[in-house]
Structures are given as C-alpha cells and as structure tokens.
Design a protein around this ligand. Structure first.
Ligand SMILES: *Cc1c(COP(=O)(O)O)cnc(C)c1O
Length: 266
C-alpha cells in the first residue's frame, strides 16, 4: 500500500488548504474521495480504513460482493461505504443489491436499468432510498458506457418521477483519457458541468443537490478545480493494478464493453 500517497492525498487535496477552500468562486464543499480498491486485497481496504478512509469503490459486482462480505472487513470497518462504479448488467442487479454497506450506485445508464434497480431495492425493503448517479458518456467513445448527453434530462426526470426507492444525487462520467491540459480544460468535464446546469434549470433542482463524479488518478486535480464533488482514485492510492490476476469470470462484466452491447444504440 502506498500509505504516503493516501495520507498526502487526504491532506493536500481534501483539506481546507486545497484550492477549493481558498477560492471564493468555488463551492466550499470538499470533494469526496472514493478509494478504488478493485483487484486489491481486503487487507489494503482495512489499512486505508485505519487511516481514516471510509468510501471505497469497486467495478465488478462479484468482487464487490466478496470484499464487502469479507468477515474481516465487516468487523474492522463498521462505517465503510461502498460505491459501485462499474457497468451494471441487468442480470447482476439483485446480486448488487445484496452487497453489505452499499452506499451508492454511480453508473445508472438507462431508464430500464433504473426501473430494475428501483424494484429490486424496493423488494429488499430497506428503510432508506438507494443513492444513485446517472452515468453520461461525455466523450462519445464506443468503449465507454453511459447515456448520450442528450438523454440526461429525460432519464433523471423519469427516475425522480417513477423510481421512489432511488435517490438521484448526481452525474458521473469517465471521459477520454490523456487530455492535454495545455489545450484548455477537459471538454468531457465541461460537458458534465453544462449538463448539470441544463438539468437544474429544466427540472428546478438546486445546483448543490446535483453532485459531479469525475476525476481519476491522472486527472483528479483538474477535475476538482473545475468542480468535481466525487473523485474516484485507484492506482495513485493502492499502486498499479495487476490485471493478469483478475479472475476470468470477471471479464464478461468488465468495463470492457461486450460487442453485443456496442451494437445496441441508445
Ligand atoms: C478503475 C476506475 C477508477 C480508478 O482508476 P485509477 O486510474 O486507478 O485511479 C475510477 N473510475 C472508474 C469507473 C474505474 O473503473
């Protein structure tokens, strides 16, 4: 575990001395750090938790279910909050709903998926609504999941009107990798910012009630500067991932898009 990285991240980027705290033009809220522990063992989660980290992200349902149900994590990390950040297939919804301490689903990318999650969460009979974000494919790349930007308003409107077990909390995007900042701000993040503005105007939602989940290891600083409220950081905290160790069964539900889904236009 790159402990120093986690501590310096927590201190430098998520404390009052961050640019956000001192810049009057930026909202005063601190972004949430989602520590992305995919492919990493439970011990690393426990270690980060012992340093004060509470929110963790995973992008495979099976891996999340196993980690969140791990007896050591359950006993050492009573306040842990899990975010699901991967592509969710409908046949995996019930399995995801069974994850202990599931706090947020960041990747709702269709009305049908929202309806399925809504009814599955309803059946569970939890007293609280499930927090969800709507994922937008801001870069337009076929390899990325998410709604077309133009589908955002109608989808959120549907969720608010027809999915009483879900609490819509924000918009999420991955965006294209390797944007060169010398060419200006990342256009994918700008798309998410302007979608929030449009959404809030059309549905009369206060801006501060719509979070923006954007920014990963390589671009989280820029994402925070432009207004991210939720950054998802894996390798900078836990070290590079060893993909050769990933179990084969994860491949089908991976963030790699299956060819059949690419063919299904939204
Ligand atoms: C893996 C992953 C991350 C973290 O990536 P790093 O580059 O390791 O920080 C963030 N978001 C999503 C959706 C991911 O799948």
């Amino acid at each position: 575990m790159q402990e120093n990285h986690l501590e310096s991240l927590l201190e430098r980027k998520f404390s009052d001395s961050s640019p956000r705290g001192s810049d009057p033009d930026l909202p005063a809220i601190q972004p949430r750090l989602v520590a992305v522990s995919k492919t990493k063992p439970a011990d690393m989660v426990i270690e980060a938790y012992s340093h004060g980290q509470r929110t963790f992200g995973e992008n495979y349902v099976q891996e999340l279910l196993e980690k969140a149900s791990n007896p050591k994590i359950l006993s050492s990390c009573p306040e842990i909050k899990w975010h699901f950040i991967g592509h969710l297939q409908k046949q995996n919804v019930n399995k995801l709903m069974a994850v202990p301490n599931l706090s947020m689903l960041e990747t709702v990318d269709s009305v049908k998926l929202a309806d399925k999650v809504n009814s599955s969460w309803q059946k569970k009979g939890s007293p609280e609504r499930l927090k969800i974000m709507v994922q937008i494919n801001t870069s337009g790349e076929e390899s990325k999941h998410g709604l077309l930007p133009s589908e955002t308003v109608a989808t959120v409107e549907h969720i608010k009107a027809k999915c009483p077990s879900l609490e819509f909390v924000g918009l999420m995007t991955i965006g294209s990798f390797g944007h060169d900042l010398s060419q200006g701000p990342n256009p994918d993040f700008q798309v998410l910012l302007s979608l929030r503005e449009e959404l809030c105007k059309k549905l009369s939602i206060p801006t501060e009630q719509v979070e923006l989940s954007m920014g990963m290891s390589l671009d989280f600083q820029h994402a925070i500067e432009v207004g991210s409220t939720n950054v998802r950081i894996g390798s900078t905290i836990f070290g590079e991932r060893d993909h050769s160790k990933k179990p084969a069964l994860d491949k089908s539900s991976a963030d790699l898009k299956a060819p059949v889904e690419v063919a299904q236009a939204h």
